[in-house]
Design a protein around this ligand. Structure first.
Ligand code: BG6
Length: 476
């Protein structure tokens, strides 16, 4: 069996993390262009990133050399609409037209995320971002601009990236500092879901040949033991972490169990007239999902969240999801002794895609594409221009081998886009933490980056992934 002939291999990126050129050719500022408290001290900003804006031809040619059939990228809302709404920036349209044309020239299908964290700053300032229905309206209008301008260029759209993680991480609140208010955060999630459903319906109307789906971060949740209480905790977690963010789009309803969590935690979703109808009318054609690992959950009665450490600082080992679950009505995430550890002590679960994709296939009966998966490490560029990232190869190899078995077992996967194609700026940890198959020669110094040629180098994983793609996953 193995991977079907038309399986799509590629990799991912996002506008804010790769493009740079933050104030070039009429682009408006985004919340990510501010120096943010969530960026670790000493790390670069997103202003210059990997300068994909000026290197896109070279980068796409390198992706073609690896044999990519798909490139997941996002459009910067503020490059298209500098104020988030109103006047369209023709230079923004032109830039993405050029990028899409370059992809097509090389036989690469762009998989385009409409919104990947980088909200136009004007919407944050005017409307308090996703706390207002005005931002949701602006989003739907922005989608209309995209669909009208790019209907002949794009076959695969993704709505919002990790809108579920945004709630837990507080990313939507980076300027307003309201990350502590669970009620407000869940309501921003509801607004995003309704807006996404409207965007899906609009896409179906304006681009009947295109397909569109969401891009949440999803992962299977394992019970920590055979104690039925742990199974219930894992089920609660899966409903709150995963199903709540997909069920409304596919089934037009939230999973019932989350309302118990809401009640226990004094959260009231402001579901207004027309919201549930919009959700029922915006069914996605496929589900894209980011999958870096799984969660293991055990029963617990009640823990206080230390919200102060939620935004800012690196809390990898005390993840936002751990904090999320330390509330009545879920259970808590714990370490899993069965996850192998890399040489840096990082625990990962090679089965995460296999198991998660099987569960999602059974629940939603929709095609699935992996929109992110990967391993961030501080790669070293050697004097001879090589980068020996065997740890990344090992990590991805395990995922792909397991994914192949998962497909034989019924997982409805049609593509794999690990994070990332080219090195880019991590959400909190600068450019030192790298994910790409292609190395970008720059460091954390923004001043230097301004004028740096940012030369590209092929990592060992570049050659390895090229072989994987050439053999359609036979040789890993
Ligand atoms: C995903 C995001 O959560 O994880 C990406 O969609 C992000 O934008 C990626 O870069 C890796 O996380 P980090 O924090 O290392 O950038």
């Amino acid at each position: 069996m193995g991977f079907p002939k038309d399986f799509m291999w590629g990799a991912s990126s996002s506008s804010a993390q790769i493009e740079g050129a933050y104030d070039v050719d009429g682009k408006g500022l985004t919340t990510w262009d501010y120096d943010k408290k969530h960026i670790n001290p000493g790390c670069c900003s997103f202003k210059y990133a990997s300068d994909f804006y000026h290197h896109y031809k070279e980068d796409i040619a390198l992706m073609a050399e690896m044999g990519f059939q798909v490139f997941r990228m996002s459009v910067s809302w503020a490059r298209i609409l500098p104020d988030g709404e109103g006047a369209v920036n023709p230079k923004g349209i032109e830039f993405y037209k050029n990028v899409f044309a370059e992809c097509h020239k090389h036989g690469i299908e762009p998989l385009v995320t409409i919104y990947h964290f980088d909200l136009p700053a004007a919407l944050e300032e005017k409307y308090n971002g996703w706390h207002s229905r005005k931002t949701a309206e602006a989003y739907v209008n922005y989608c209309r601009v995209l669909f009208e301008n790019f209907k002949d260029d794009i076959r695969y759209w993704l709505t919002n990236n990790e809108y579920n993680v945004m709630i837990y991480y507080g990313a939507v609140d980076m300027l307003t500092g309201k990350a502590n208010d669970l009620n407000a955060l869940y309501n921003t999630g509801h607004l995003q879901l309704v807006a996404m459903a409207k965007a899906i319906a609009l896409c179906h109307e304006l681009c009947p040949d295109a397909k569109i789906g969401p891009a949440p971060n999803l992962c299977a949740c394992y019970p920590a033991s055979a104690d039925p209480k742990d199974t219930i905790a894992a089920m609660n977690m899966e409903d709150l972490r995963n199903h709540m963010w997909v069920d409304p789009l596919v089934f037009g309803a939230y999973p019932k169990s989350v309302f118990r969590y809401f009640e226990l935690n004094h959260i009231v979703l402001d579901i207004q007239e027309g919201d549930m109808e919009a959700l029922a009318n915006g069914k996605p054609d496929f589900i894209g999902f980011n999958c870096y690992g799984n969660e293991t959950v055990e029963h617990c009665d009640y823990y206080e969240i230390d919200w102060s450490s939620m935004v800012g600082g690196d809390n990898r080992d005390m993840s936002y999801l751990v904090k999320l679950t330390e509330k009545p009505g879920v259970g808590r995430a714990v370490n899993n002794p069965y996850f192998p550890k890399g040489e840096d002590g990082h625990a990962f679960d090679p089965s995460c895609i296999r198991i998660t994709a099987r569960k999602l296939s059974d629940r939603y009966h929709l095609p699935l594409i992996i929109t992110e998966n990967g391993y961030g490490r501080p790669d070293v560029l050697e004097g001879d221009g090589t980068v020996h990232d065997s740890y990344r190869i090992e990590h991805l190899r395990g995922m792909i081998e397991e994914m192949r078995v998962g497909m034989d077992e019924g997982a409805l996967l049609f593509g794999y886009c690990p994070w990332s194609a080219v090195d880019l700026v991590s959400t909190r940890e600068g450019i030192t933490k790298r994910y790409g198959f292609i190395y970008v020669d720059r460091d954390e110094d923004d001043e230097k980056a301004k004028t740096s040629p940012m030369k590209r180098y092929r990592k060992d994983s570049f050659y390895w992934y090229r072989k994987v793609i050439a053999t359609n996953g036979e040789i890993v």
